[in-house]
Design a protein around this ligand. Structure first.
Ligand code: NAP
Length: 485
């Protein structure tokens, strides 16, 4: 029915302790492009989550002791299987999430790249020796896996947000329990099927699917056997989960919301800036945490940039992600469309002008056509809220100082972008932006080799890169004493 080469990748039960676990009720997974039922998935709850934590605790005792190269070769097999099944995994992802198939396959490769990366990094968890302050002592530092890791992930990257966390956790020697978003459980379950085929032992990687976000979340943030909690999602939910983790002083890492500025200076290569803004804004229908949220353009190139950008956006084709040539798919839900439209209307009421965009609903109620607003000012709500949809507000500025001030005028600090060819300006602006990731003359910044994460209320911790294992390791210091004769 779903035209998969391997239909057995479409799983419908939670994956706990190496086996598939049925529950009494079911969740319906629907295609956001058509509203059609994709699959019914068993609806697990607190009881199943507790079972998964117990299994992960047991598995930790053996997984953490496996030599790093054995863990690495199992992760490598998992990576290979993800890539061998990229077409099917991409299709499942498009069916449940909506993004165009090419983008979905790109997400599979992106997610798998983290598994490959951390398979390699697992062999490089080095310790240290430190000169001791007295002659009869030696100071040695070792790094050990922290323990059972719990994760909650969002619907916008149903594969990669899990892969980025699980790869690092498993490579470090931790076991892992994840609850994927209710709207997109199928990609997570397909990953579990491939983990099983790769030979990752029972209990090391568990997926609990259930719509009781609060109940399951409470177990994952408060269970004393969980040492570390990692979350990707909104800042609002992240804050609540951090406070829940306080009761057992868990180590937490948070990948939260963003409000990315995209700054175009008057010395920029305008065509390059247009191309960068296009991919950074309209990928995944604007529903990524690092998506450009607002474009700031220096006043003397405002007209030139706006004209070229509008032409480029007009060329984007919107439609069902499974149709060839589609660039922009549906949004995740009718509610998500309504939230973005409300923000657009509020901006219009306050003086913004629509230069592109319409209310055409012929494709279905989850579609919102790519929209551009000009005459936007920094005091409008759209400049401060995460839009999470295919809408671009354009704000004019006069000089570098003003651009930096507007860019930093937000509680978020995830990604920022700017285009300039002046080397002095590049250093000044790069250092002044209060963001964890800055694209300089580049609109696509995320890959497994680079540290992904935010400042301010966009979160803490880093995923990917040589720093990514740190979130899953404890530093232990051994003091060797009594060495004098
Ligand atoms: P969300 O509402 O915060 O949901 C994220 C996850 O948390 C979902 O699995 C959700 O479950 C669950 N959840 C919601 N309320 C909960 C609660 N009280 N207790 C436990 N779990 C709870 O965010 P979203 O709308 O799905 O995702 C969009 C947000 O994620 C945006 O703000 C985006 O910027 C952010 N994001 C950040 C990054 C990053 O790396 N920084 C990456 C991607 C997305 P349900 O599915 O059942 O609602």
């Amino acid at each position: 029915m779903h035209q998969l080469h391997d239909p057995s990748l479409l799983k419908t039960l939670s994956y706990i302790n190496g086996s598939w676990h049925a529950s009494d009720s079911q969740i319906e997974v629907t295609n956001p492009a058509t509203g059609e039922l994709v699959s019914k998935v068993s609806n697990a709850g607190v009881e199943e989550t507790t079972l998964a934590v117990k299994a992960a605790k047991k598995a930790f005792s053996t997984w953490s002791k496996k030599p790093a190269n054995e863990r690495a070769s199992l992760l490598r097999k998992w990576f290979d299987l993800m890539m061998e099944n990229q077409e099917d995994l991409g299709r499942i992802l498009t069916l449940e999430q909506g993004k165009p198939l090419a983008e979905a396959k790109g997400e599979i490769a992106y997610g798998a790249a983290f598994i490959e990366w951390f398979a390699e990094e697992s062999k490089r968890v080095y310790g240290d020796t430190i000169p001791a302050p007295s002659g009869d002592k030696r100071i040695i530092v070792i790094k050990q896996p922290i323990g059972v890791v719990a994760a909650i992930t969002p619907w916008n990257f149903p594969n990669a947000m899990i892969a980025r966390k699980a790869a690092a956790a498993l490579a470090a020697g931790c076991s892992f329990v994840v609850r994927p978003a209710t709207q997109t459980p199928l990609s997570a379950l397909a990953m579990a099927e491939l983990a099983q085929r790769a030979g990752i032992p029972a209990g090391v990687f568990n997926v609990v699917v259930g719509e009781d976000a609060r109940g399951i979340g409470k177990v994952l943030t408060e269970h004393p056997d969980i040492a570390k909690f990692t979350f990707t999602g909104s800042t609002q939910v992240g804050k609540a989960l951090i406070s829940q983790c306080a009761s057992t002083v868990k180590k937490v890492s948070m990948e939260l919301g963003g409000n990315a500025p995209f700054i175009v200076f008057n010395d920029a290569d305008i065509d390059a800036a247009v191309a960068g803004a296009l991919v950074s804004k309209y990928r995944n229908a604007g529903q990524t945490c690092v998506c450009t949220n607002r474009i700031l353009v220096q006043r003397d190139v405002l007209e030139q940039f706006t004209e070229k950008f509008t032409e480029a956006v007009k060329g984007l084709q919107m439609g069902n992600g499974l149709t060839d040539g589609v660039d922009v798919g549906p949004m995740i839900s009718k509610q998500a469309v309504a939230d973005v439209v409300r923000l657009v209307n509020a901006s219009i009421d306050q003086g913004a002008t629509v230069v592109l965009g319409n209310n055409d609903k012929s494709l279905g109620e989850n579609f919102l056509s790519p929209t551009i607003l000009t005459n936007v000012t920094n005091d409008m709500p759209i400049a401060h809220q995460e839009i999470f949809g295919p809408v671009t507000p354009i704000i004019a500025f006069d000089d570098e100082e003003e651009a930096i001030s507007i860019a930093n005028d937000t509680e978020f600090g995830l990604a920022a972008y700017f285009y300039s060819r002046d080397i002095g300006r590049i250093w000044r602006v790069g250092e002044a932006l209060e963001y964890g990731m800055v694209g300089v003359n580049e609109g696509l910044i995320s890959n497994a080799a680079a540290p992904f994460g935010g400042m301010k209320q966009s979160g803490n911790g880093r995923e990917g890169s040589k720093y990514g294992l740190d979130d899953y390791l404890e530093i232990k210091y051994l003091c060797m004493g009594g060495l004098d004769k």
